[in-house]
Write a protein that binds this ligand. Sequence first.
Ligand code: ATP
Ligand code: MG
Length: 137
Amino acid sequence: MEQTLGIIKPDAVKKNLIGKIISIIEEKGFKIRAMKMLKLREEDAKSFYFVHREKPFYNDLVKFMTSGPVVVLLLEKENAIADWRKTMGATNPAEAEEGTIRKLFAESIQNNAVHGSDSPENALIEINFFFNKIERV
Ligand code: ATP
Ligand code: MG
């Protein structure tokens, strides 16, 4: 079994899409091992997306990620990291496959509804960033 970190981003939370996105997660066979809603502070979003600090979109991305509440999810399944990224679809919704969460719900390359870890190393870092032991079932 593998674990990954998912986030329902502020655009999707604002549009009341939490339930629909969680339905897709469950239909695809993921087990939710931890879940909570929170609002990232600027320092949280900056460190979470630290790898992108040199990118031209970094400041806007931090503003977007702190613009409202998010839902963070610890997802478990065989091949969870790759399968969750496949379920999300491409970063740019214009390039996302039919039926993916980003194809269905993303507004733009920035406001793209969901996040997913991109490697086992980052999944571990991101899970530890959001969830302590007692929050994981
Ligand atoms: P995430 O890390 O959120 O799961 P991703 O791995 O598909 O998404 P990354 O390249 O890691 O994409 O980019 C992180 C986030 O930064 C994207 O999800 C999106 O919100 C934003 N982003 C990425 N590229 C751009 C861009 N060219 N313009 C604006 N925002 C962007
Ligand atoms: Mg990424």
